[in-house]
Design a protein around this ligand. Structure first.
Ligand SMILES: [Zn+2]
Length: 72
């Protein structure tokens, strides 16, 4: 069972050389971090992303299973 979502910047067309990847508990959080990363590392303004870009980026967000400490 996956409990997190991941996004690897290098999966994005034109970003093959970027080593950054993001893992977070929800897709909403991953989106936040993608936007922050794009702005910080690539000088992009996420406000400029059109729906096609967001639809494309959404296909790159994958469910992933991250092992966490069990609750006591
Ligand atoms: Zn990147």
């Amino acid at each position: 069972m996956s409990n997190a979502f991941t996004y690897a910047c290098r999966d994005c067309e034109g970003m093959e050389a970027c080593p950054a990847s993001i893992v977070a508990a929800s897709e909403v959080e991953v989106w936040k971090l993608i936007e922050l990363h794009a702005e910080f590392a690539h000088g992009e303004d996420p406000a400029d992303w059109d729906q096609d870009t967001r639809t494309y980026l959404a296909t790159l967000i994958k469910p992933v299973d991250v092992r966490v400490k069990e609750e006591a």
